[in-house]
Design a protein around this ligand. Structure first.
Ligand code: IPT
Length: 974
């Protein structure tokens, strides 16, 4: 028998750990063991030799060992490779057994313990070890580690000694616990968080549990600090909170404080506190707040709370789940700047210090246990550990370690039992344990829609109509089932929604409108904050390579489904982040159509608007200094109608009203825009400026019309000024977005729209010239365009005119026959034989817009270089359309000007066929040409990559369409 095999198959908690406790900031000595360790690998536990390698005097062959950085993931340091699988277990579902094919990594570190650490009993703390490990110090087994994202403390008193010590960790990738760690992310074993030796002074502070409540009725606070001491204390601990005039008061008793400042994410007031014994002092920051549910409404300090949340995984494109604190802080500041006020720590506790940042910067946190058994869904949930008693100790152990480590953080309002772990008695048991242990917080778990054991009704990816139906359910009394009654009394939230994969998410505003309308709705958490692409170096021409599932030779994988965030893996914002900020804005502004008034709705939880100034500007994008608008006092939750007194001439201009910060604060600089709205006047239709010129035949099968030449055989223009035009055609297709490739949750029996387009051969339209004629000064071309196989298509009339300078097109598109699918877009494509360098435009920007995205876009003048205009995504897809009134597509020496009224314009160096067929951005060919589309209409994008498809109002059913556009070759701008 191989003991390690038996160990790895045990569905039990690890051995040898001390009871879990809070992660405390203590003055006791400590020694960080992060750095360079040595590692050697075995392909399986059956090959892991017992050669005494754990012993200090072991004779080791240096050739077997190589350096590895701790914290780090082994596959990102050349030892094995990452595996990305979402729901599927990448091994047979044979619980509790792991597969034999199970990489084992022996780690060794020689260390000399610091004298100040050695002067006390010591513990060895592991904050995150991905996989299942056994730990030896100087050849003595200290214990085993289970629960990859959870802290373990192993006592090492009597084993740690002066001089050199040898720490040995044998880490297997797979174990029984892998069944509990099926989160949608990379499988990457390794000691990926810090390892520390902690001195534990006798009589020191072992654990602290702060209970700090706020009573909004009288502004008072209550404070009770439970303290557990290490052995050997001769006096109890004392508590000091100098700012509250508490000096050396007793632990365990409740102190009533007549006046405290409450903690909220908007006012993250923290009180410095010390808990001290004769031998140890720990420092805490206390926040007073109370979270409750009343009338199916979530309340913080007595006031309804709205989560403007994101799901956050820890991810770094180079280091995986090793995320340094500076990066975590930068992430949180970026969230602040985009009005995110809540984080669900999907799907495990983050590194401990993240919660310090959340307390300090102000975020509401749903802290999630390290638990997911989603892969059992594939086998009808047979054998799901959540309902099998042999796993109860492991469930209990994980939940306990989750709660105990982070229990002192005011930012945490809810504990989450885990994610996608089905239902079962073990979940019910840990819900009950959590409520008993921490009655001051709420319990969350999405996986049980009966919500019997939770305090909020939580769902993921529910559609807008479904959320509205939940918001307006009949009262609890009307239900006969007691579970239903209970659920009806709970507030509702979306722990995941708006799947931010590729081009999207579409439809954010519709959810937010519901959240604002119905008090039962406590908001939601976008899926997800950050994309999990892994860095794969650069191409020969310097483009970054970003990798996803399947790129490491995995046989079981879920491709690019791991790349689905509003922020790229390197933490640079994607276009959705700006849209999110607009939708999440804590103040709503509405301009009366005659500009007489501005309606201001304060959607903050507790702030009034005194930190903001309002200004208006005219005829720009709002970036100017602006004229102040005096704002009345608008308390949190209140609204005001503000008279504007703008000059009457303003109506004919673009008026932008902005609310911006008066001073720096809340993670934002002074002047940071918090909300805006815009009045865009009707603009004149772009028209030819001079008298029309007539078409004339110029030989060679060409017809000249002003600056353009047409090929009589096709009826299509082939030249505009000095520009050769190629492949001019009507098109109904777009390069499928990842949302287009998904099955929409409201249409589970229908194929993805991308497949419907493919079945209808929307990407392969053929055109027949019907006639080329003249109508006065117009060249009128009629074509019929349709896909092979089908008898449906579009009849197109191209009416071209010119004044000798520009070329105008009036296009009508009439569908005929019975169309089997909606369209991706309707417009005109053309190709230029040289690459664009940049695009400047007047219209909406700077980000892209589809009918259900682009909430951040406003009217103004913008410039973007080629890549920014095209919007490159890790997996290539349709993106980058802006609605333009006028745009200049610059080439090396010349430019093409496009004019129309808010026309969706797409510019990129590749055809849609190339975009659709390319799996990675870095595989796209170098830019040698320019593909331009000017559209009459485009479809929304929805979120069918996971969740609902395009809302009905944003779909593009086959329908008559018109397009009016002016084209002109101009000189390149300087
Ligand atoms: C949901 C998961 O909770 C999350 O981890 C992620 O996988 C997300 O989907 C999709 O990216 S579960 C899904 C079945 C709705």
């Amino acid at each position: 028998a191989i003991p390690l095999l038996a160990d790895l198959a045990a569905p039990l908690p690890g051995r040898g750990a001390l009871p879990p406790r809070a992660h405390l900031h203590s003055d006791a000595p400590r020694q960080l063991l992060d750095g360079t360790w040595q590692v050697r690998l075995h392909p399986s536990p059956r090959h892991a030799v017992d050669d005494g390698w754990q012993q200090p005097d072991a004779r080791l062959d240096p050739a077997d060992w190589s350096p590895v950085t701790v914290p780090g993931h082994l596959p990102l340091q050349g030892h094995g490779s990452p595996i990305y699988a979402n729901v599927d277990y990448p091994f047979p579902v044979d619980p509790p057994f792991p597969p034999d094919d199970n990489p084992v990594a022996d780690h060794r570190l020689e260390l000399v313990a610091a004298p100040e650490v050695l002067a006390h009993p010591t513990v060895l703390r592991f904050e995150g070890v991905d996989g299942a490990a056994t730990v030896w110090l100087n050849g003595v087994e200290l214990g085993t580690l289970r629960g990859s994202r959870l802290t373990t403390e192993l006592p090492c008193a009597g084993v740690l000694r002066p001089g050199t010590n040898v720490l040995a960790v044998r880490l297997a990738q797979w174990s029984a616990h892998s069944y509990l760690e099926d989160q949608d992310m990379w499988w990457m074993p390794g000691i990926f968080r810090s390892v520390t030796l902690l001195a534990r002074p006798q009589g020191g502070v072992r654990d602290v549990f702060v209970h700090a409540g706020y009573d909004h009725r009288d502004g008072s606070g209550t404070l009770r600090v439970e303290v557990e001491l290490e052995e050997g204390a001769d006096a109890p601990a004392t508590i000091s909170v100098p700012a509250l005039d508490l000096h050396g008061v007793a632990a365990g008793v409740e102190h009533r404080l007549p006046s405290v400042a409450p903690w909220t994410a908007e006012t993250p007031v923290l009180y410095d506190a010390q808990v001290a014994t004769a031998t140890e002092t720990v420092h805490l920051r206390i926040g007073f707040r109370t979270v409750t549910v009343e009338d199916a409404t979530l309340l913080l300090n007595g006031t309804p709370l709205l989560f403007r949340g994101v799901n956050r995984h820890e991810h770094d494109p180079h280091r995986g789940r090793v995320v340094d604190l500076a990066t975590a802080r930068a992430e949180l500041l970026l969230m602040k700047q985009h009005h995110v006020n809540a984080v669900r720590t999907s799907h495990y506790p983050p590194r401990a210090e993240f919660l310090d940042l959340a307390d300090e910067l102000g975020f509401y946190v749903i802290l999630e246990n390290d638990l997911e058994t989603h892969g059992f869904e594939r086998v009808g949930w047979r054998g799901n550990p959540s309902d099998d008693p042999q796993w109860l100790p492991a469930y209990h152990d994980r939940m306990r370690r989750t709660v105990e480590r982070d229990k002192n953080h005011p930012s945490i309002l809810l504990w989450s039992l885990g994610n996608e772990a089905g239902t079962g008695a073990n979940l019910d048991a840990i819900a009950q344990w959590t409520r008993d242990r921490d009655p001051d917080r709420l319990v969350h778990y999405e996986g049980d829609w009966r919500s019997r054991h939770v305090d909020v009704y939580s769902r993921m990816y529910a559609s807008v109509p479904e959320v509205e139906a939940i918001a307006t359910e009949p009262p609890a009394e009307t239900f006969t089932d007691p579970d239903e009654q209970h659920r009806r009394r709970l507030p509702f939230m979306l722990c995941e929604y708006a799947h931010a994969m590729g081009n999207g998410p579409g439809g954010l505003s519709e959810y937010q409108d519901l959240f604002h309308r119905y008090p039962r709705l406590a908001g939601g958490f976008i899926w997800e904050w950050v994309e999990h692409a892994l860095a794969g170096g650069t191409t020969d021409d310097g483009r970054p390579v970003q990798l996803y599932g399947g790129d490491f030779g995995e046989r079981v994988h879920d491709g690019s489904f791991v790349v689905d965030g509003v922020v790229h893996a390197d933490k640079t914002p994607g276009p959705a982040l700006a849209d999110l900020a607009r939708v999440f804005a804590p103040v709503s502004l509405d301009l009366a159509p005659d500009l007489s008034t501005l309606t201001v709705v304060n959607r903050y939880h507790s702030l009034d608007l005194s930190h903001l100034e309002a200004v208006w500007t005219s005829d720009g994008d709002g970036s100017g200094a602006g004229t102040p608008i005096p704002l009345p006092e608008v308390p949190a939750g209140g609204s005001a109608v503000v008279p504007l007194h703008l000059p009457p001439s303003a109506l004919a201009t673009t008026v932008t009203v902005l609310l911006r910060r008066r001073a720096a604060g809340d993670g934002c600089p002074a002047g940071h825009e918090v909300a805006w709205t815009q009045h865009v006047p009707a603009r004149p239709v772009a028209a030819l400026e001079n008298d029309p010129v007539a078409p004339r035949r110029i030989g060679g099968g060409l017809v000249e019309l002003g600056p353009a030449a047409f090929d009589e055989r096709t009826g299509m223009p082939v030249r505009l000024g000095e520009l050769a035009l190629h492949d001019v055609a009507v098109s109904l297709w777009r390069a499928p977005t990842e949302n287009d490739r998904g099955v929409a949750s409201e249409e589970p029996d229908l194929p993805p729209v991308a497949d419907r387009w493919a079945a209808a051969r929307l990407d392969d339209l053929r055109t027949r010239l019907v006639e080329v004629g003249e109508d006065g000064p117009a060249l009128v071309v009629r074509t019929r365009t349709g896909p092979p196989v089908l008898d449906a298509g579009v009849d197109v009339t191209w009416r071209w005119t010119s004044d000798g300078t520009a070329l105008a097109l009036d296009l009508t598109v009439e569908p005929y026959g019975s169309w089997p699918c909606d369209w991706g877009r309707v417009g005109v494509d053309l190709r230029l034989a040289e690459p664009t360098t940049r695009v400047s435009w007047t219209g909406w920007g700077p980000g892209p817009q589809y009918p259900d995205t682009g909430q951040a876009a406003r009217y103004g003048s913008f410039v973007a270089d080629r890549d920014d205009y095209a919007v490159r995504t890790v997996r290539p897809q349709e993106h980058g359309a802006r609605r333009v009134d006028e745009a200049t597509v610059e080439l090396d020496t010349r430019a093409l000007r496009v004019r129309g009224a808010g026309l969706p314009l797409t510019v990129r160096p590749w055809s849609r066929a190339v975009v659709a067929a390319t799996r990675h951005d870095h595989e796209l060919p170098a830019a040698t040409e320019t593909w331009i589309s000017v559209d009459a209409a485009v479809s929304g994008v929805g979120t069918a990559s996971c969740g609902p498809g395009v809302l009905p109002g944003y779909r593009l059913a086959p329908s008559p369409q018109r397009l009016h556009v002016l084209l002109q070759q101009v000189d390149r701008l300087r």
